[in-house]
Design a protein around this ligand. Structure first.
Ligand SMILES: Cc1cc2nc3c(=O)[nH]c(=O)nc-3n(C[C@H](O)[C@H](O)[C@H](O)COP(=O)(O)OP(=O)(O)OC[C@H]3O[C@@H](n4cnc5c(N)ncnc54)[C@H](O)[C@@H]3O)c2cc1C
Ligand SMILES: *[C@@H]1O[C@H](CO)[C@@H](O)[C@H](O)[C@H]1NC(C)=O
Ligand SMILES: *[C@@H]1O[C@H](CO)[C@@H](O)[C@H](O)[C@H]1NC(C)=O
Ligand SMILES: *[C@@H]1O[C@H](CO)[C@@H](O)[C@H](O)[C@H]1NC(C)=O
Ligand SMILES: *[C@@H]1O[C@H](CO)[C@@H](O)[C@H](O)[C@H]1NC(C)=O
Length: 486
């Protein structure tokens, strides 16, 4: 009989460290969630119910000094550190992606302040997108580019990309970052900007979960447009060949014609395909800009509605409350995968649409696929230099989110192969430089080597050197984090 099985030993270590970390945090006067309290339970509940983890302790800082003390306590007690922003990581990496970390719950730090002279916003790292949106608009009708879900944290979102209905016009959330204040693995606090620690800023803008705990950001902002037009079109694609032909036309348009003011995605599920967009201009300007595409598709707009900037956000927020902060309580049970590709060659288009109609449409589960118009000749994302940030899909035309959820019970063990197979239908028909993945739709089934390659591609060697300089002992760690160069 083995008394000390590896499992028993490792849980013993976690227990011992949990007691030590509790003592250290207490001695340093760092606020914490008491185990079993309602704050502990709500802070530890992952957005994705499929991947729950138990931290050794939860620090709940309200100052930068608290964050420094918490990181130092983790180092002293041999724990890994996981900053948590909005907690929306699909792999629960904000909780650690495994048991036993010191989780630093940042959502009590969510102030948003716009400097009315420079229009630069200082945003604390625990703010959620809906609050950022609301606070920027309230302070001089300012805005940044970002995604649709109000509960997503600005930190995780902007540290890895941040794509939404203004991105073809104004780029990613991370393209608006001009600086950050960061607590490093050794507990010191530094500022980064184009002139201070510029390597760190490069690393934060694409791979930001591996280099320290960001306590606040500086974002440049743009003037929110006074009017936008929300639009959509039902695409009646009833077969793989209809989808391949229609998507090829959309691809040509996105690549060569789509004006900067236009933003749209394809929303695909078992029932159909909907083109959904936001145009920075009036319905009549939209109509003339999109007519060539609609004519070639034999389609028309089913909605074209003028509204103001908040109305444009509300159109895609799922009806969720917008200005949200702690406690946050929204959850789903799902598996998701990402992909970013160049324009699809015919073989990939055929394989992907065949899988869509032969396999995906015959699934009884609640899946969807979002295909974002990410790049193209007039798009803002590819206009930024490839090596100015560590965001790897920079030059790709499409960004994809594959999402398969269950509404009751647990996710089926035979569920994974469905989405894996669909992604493989694309990648097996593409050259390595034609595709990559996006860690904001994290897939924890990939091992660390594969994940780093897929998320960061050619940026990896530089990122691993920066990791070695700032955090050689991997204090900031999760199962797919950047490994330090040897
Ligand atoms: C409902 C929903 C809708 C979404 N819509 C979009 C969309 O429209 N566009 C899009 O691009 N993405 C979208 N996403 C994905 C989202 O951008 C990512 O999941 C993002 O990483 C979540 O950030 P978070 O702070 O909420 O998550 P967390 O789980 O808190 O953090 C994610 C990662 O960032 C790290 N991190 C968090 N805070 C810090 C910090 N202060 N310093 C250093 N590292 C930190 C964490 O440790 C973790 O590794 C959506 C997600 C959901 C659940
Ligand atoms: C970082 O910048 C802020 C102003 O944004 C300043 O108050 C602070 O002293 C700076 N900290 C360091 C460590 O340089
Ligand atoms: C970016 O940097 C990498 C590594 O330094 C280099 O191999 C690559 O050619 C650069 N890419 C561009 C577009 O400059
Ligand atoms: C990681 O996964 C890839 C792809 O599945 C595989 O080829 C590789 O051997 C794996 N590496 C390790 C260290 O397990
Ligand atoms: C902390 O780490 C940074 C980055 O590696 C380094 O520049 C700094 O000297 C370190 N500070 C201390 C007190 O060790």
């Amino acid at each position: 009989m083995r008394i000390f099985s590896p499992l028993a030993l490792s849980s013993l270590v976690i227990l011992t460290n949990a007691a030590a970390i509790d003592d250290c945090l207490k001695a340093a006067s760092v606020p914490v969630d008491a185990k079993g309290s309602s704050d502990w339970n709500s802070d530890v509940a992952p957005f994705n119910n499929r991947v729950p983890f138990t931290p050794a302790a939860i620090a709940v800082p309200t100052t930068v000094a608290h964050v420094q003390a918490a990181v130092s306590c983790a180092v002293k007690t041999g724990l890994k550190v996981s900053p948590k922003g909005g907690g929306h990581s699909y792999a629960s990496f904000g909780i650690g992606g495994e048991d036993g970390h010191l989780m630093i719950e940042l959502d009590r730090m969510y102030a948003v302040t716009v400097d009315s002279t420079t229009n630069i916003a200082t945003i604390q790292a625990g703010a959620r997108l809906g609050h950022v949106f609301t606070a920027l608009y309230a302070q001089g009708k300012r805005a940044i580019s970002h995604g649709t879900c109000p509960g997503v944290g600005i930190a995780g979102h902007a540290l890895h990309g941040g794509f939404g209905f203004s991105s073809h016009t104004h780029g990613l959330a991370l393209d608006w970052i001009v600086g950050a204040t960061v607590v490093l693995a050794n507990g010191t606090v530094v500022n980064t900007s184009e002139t201070e620690n510029p390597d760190l800023l490069y690393a934060l803008k694409g791979a930001g979960s591996s280099f320290g705990v960001v306590t606040s950001f500086k974002f440049n902002t743009f003037a929110a447009p006074s009017q936008v037009t929300v639009f959509n079109s039902q695409l009646g694609w009833g077969s793989a060949s209809a989808a391949a032909s229609g998507w090829t036309k959309i691809q040509d348009y996105a690549q060569n014609t789509m004006p900067a003011e236009m933003n749209f995605r394809l929303f695909v599920n078992s029932y159909g395909t909907n083109l959904q967009g936001l145009y920075f201009g009036s319905p009549s300007q939209l109509q003339s800009a999109i007519q060539p595409l609609m004519s070639s598709l034999g389609a028309s707009l089913s909605q074209s509605r003028q509204t103001d900037w908040p109305g444009g956000f509300a159109a895609y927020d799922n009806g969720d409350p917008v200005d949200v902060s702690h406690p946050y309580n929204m959850h789903e049970t799902f598996y998701s995968k990402s992909l970013a590709t160049s324009a699809l060659p015919a073989a990939a288009m055929t394989a992907a649409t065949n899988y869509w109609f032969s396999t995906a449409r015959s699934q009884s589960r609640d899946w969807y696929l979002i295909i974002d118009m990410h790049g193209g000749k007039y798009g803002a994302i590819p206009a930024v230099a490839a090596n100015a940030t560590s965001y790897q899909p920079r030059d790709k035309l499409f960004l994809y989110e594959f999402y398969d959820r269950v509404n009751f019970g647990s996710y089926p063990s035979n569920g994974f192969s469905f989405l894996d197979g669909w992604v493989n239908a694309f990648t097996s028909n593409l050259k390595p430089e034609q595709w990559g993945m996006y860690i904001n739709y994290a897939d924890p089934t990939m091992n660390r080597t594969t994940a780093q390659k897929n998320y960061w591609g050619s940026h990896l060697p530089r990122l691993q050197k920066i990791k070695a300089a700032y955090d050689p002992n991997e204090v900031i760690y999760y199962p797919q984090s950047i490994q330090p160069a040897k």
